[in-house]
Design a binder for this molecule. Structure first.
Ligand SMILES: Cc1ncc(COP(=O)(O)O)c(C=O)c1O
Length: 507
């Protein structure tokens, strides 16, 4: 009921918010909600439960032709705007999950709508080229204006792909080829190599490996899946490689209370990385590269310190392995820097950085030495999509014009401060509140409670995502502002106040 008031009558929202402060019940919201009338909606508006009747009917239809059990609800993208996702039953929800973290500047952003309507851009949207062989005249310029304008330090070479998995998969290939060329010392490939690679045997197909971390997620294609260790359901029944898997630090919170324990935990993991490199070299499965996410996302929003990553970088250099940073989920500005790994202050840049999601196109940046030495070695039909690069250039303009990186830092602080406050008030429901920029999360006691909280929040007009076995993650757009954080915190505070745990029901 409160929600209906919030959404239909903005004036009532302001009045209600200030009344709440006056009674002294709310410690969370520091400012009244601000209303962006021209683009964003002013609040959630709920008409049915979610999924509503129309969504449920469509689910039934879709399930008849494919397994649609993962579908949450069906959407009306024409009506969705800014931070608000509208479903087919007319429910309007504050979207803090943004299509698994992949909407950079909100739904139907006016700048992108305008871009699509410009006659000179039409052919880019209508004709999708095979970029590797027949690129359009402006392709190099297009890449410079979009991806290269935000390239991580030291990485000026770029290859575009269509999704995150595809980006990691091809980054692995680039690393293997780099390593083999290093070993050969020249480009002379032997006849034996050419023959054995055709029948999947060495030396043409060397027994190389990529080291990954427990809890990591790098995609679902065959190579990527060998480095993905977040949920069994992703991996079950799929043959895989014997590649090394190191432990990822499990930090204790609050960080300031567990400095020593966390340092020891990180040192333990780094030691294990070195041991595995040595062990796999002995097994003749040389570790050619290490892949890591700046924040393990699908695996439960697991953080490590900047120092951990700097030391890991040193280890890769010491053992001659490539350092691949997977920024598919963390990239694009949500942590307050364009690339999350920029927070680390590396003195030697990463060797390869993969991206997708908020970047609109997949792909990877790499150092010059990882450039394929012949055509078609890293290749597919589309190699991305120039219309996505065009859109990305506009997204970057909006990010700069509206100072959205600082916005992510600011709004993220408001969100995390509110989560810490809720954690203090509801320690039986919320723990380990953590985050960088708006890339925030917290833990719940178990997956049943987590899933229940997500379902209740959705019915109250807030879309949240889960990750790991008990975490709730925040992945809002870059136009998520402080007032959206306060709006969410007020709604969620009510949910927590009303929430009955299983134990309370039994009493
Ligand atoms: C860190 C990371 N890497 C890779 C991927 C795979 O990307 P995609 O689903 O586009 O293949 C994801 C997807 O969630 C991801 O979070």
């Amino acid at each position: 009921m409160a929600l209906m008031l919030l959404s239909r009558q903005p004036g009532v929202l302001l009045q209600r918010t200030s009344q709440l402060f006056a009674c002294g019940h709310r410690l969370i919201s520091q400012t009244a909600a601000k209303i962006d009338v021209d683009f964003d909606y002013d609040g959630p508006l709920m008409k049915t439960e979610v999924p509503g009747p129309k969504s449920r009917e469509l689910m039934k239809q879709l399930n008849g032709i494919q397994n649609a059990e993962a579908v949450h609800f069906f959407c009306n993208y024409q009506e969705s705007r800014g931070n608000y996702l509208v479903d087919v039953d007319g429910n309007r929800m504050l979207d803090l999950y943004s299509q698994i973290s992949s909407i950079p500047i909100g739904y139907s952003h006016p700048s992108l709508m305008k871009l699509l309507q410009q006659p000179q851009n039409l052919s880019t949207f209508v004709n999708r080229p095979a970029l590797g062989i027949l690129p359009p005249e402006n392709f190099a310029e297009n890449l410079k204006e979009s991806l290269l304008s935000v390239a991580p330090k030291g990485l000026q070479q770029i290859i575009t792909m269509s999704c995150g998995s595809c980006s990691n998969e091809n980054a692995f290939k680039a690393i293997f080829m780099w390593y083999r060329n290093k070993e050969r010392g020249n480009n002379n490939v032997t006849k034996e190599e050419l023959e054995t690679c055709m029948i999947n045997q060495s030396p043409g197909c060397p027994d190389y490996s990529i080291l990954s971390f427990m809890g990591g997620f790098h995609g679902r294609t065959m190579g990527c899946l060998a480095t993905t260790h977040s949920k069994a359901i992703h991996k079950l029944d799929i043959p895989s490689f014997d590649w090394p898997i190191a432990p990822f630090p499990r930090l204790k919170y609050p960080l300031e209370e567990f400095v020593k324990e966390n340092q020891q935990e990180e040192a333990r993991c780094l030691e294990e990385v070195e041991d595995l490199i040595v062990k796999y070299r002995k097994k003749k499965r040389i570790v050619t590269g290490i892949i890591i996410e700046p924040i393990q996302s699908e695996g439960g929003d697991n953080h490590a310190s900047d120092d951990f990553f700097r030391k890991l970088r040193d280890i890769t250099r010491k053992h001659g392995c490539a350092f691949l940073v997977d920024e598919v989920q963390t990239g694009g500005g949500c942590t307050g820097k364009f690339w999350a790994h920029e927070h680390w202050g590396l003195d030697d840049p990463a060797d390869v950085v993969t991206f997708s999601k908020k970047m609109m196109t997949g792909g990877f940046f790499h150092k010059e030495e990882f450039r394929p030495n012949a055509p078609y070695r890293i290749f597919n039909t589309w190699l991305g999509d120039p219309s996505k690069n065009l859109m990305l250039a506009e997204v970057i303009n909006v990010i700069k014009r509206e100072d959205l990186l600082n916005n992510a830092t600011h709004a993220g602080k408001a969100l995390l401060a509110g989560l810490l406050d809720l954690q203090a008030r509801y320690p039986h429901l919320i723990s380990r509140a953590r985050g960088r920029g708006t890339f925030c999360s917290f833990d719940t006691p178990d997956d049943t409670t987590r899933n229940k909280l997500i379902a209740i929040a959705r019915n109250k007009g807030v879309v949240l995502g889960g990750c790991g076995d008990r975490s709730i993650r925040f992945r809002p757009t870059l136009i998520f502002k402080d007032h959206h954080a306060h709006l969410f915190l007020n709604i969620f505070s009510d949910i927590l106040a009303d929430f009955k745990t299983k134990r309370e029901f039994i009493k």
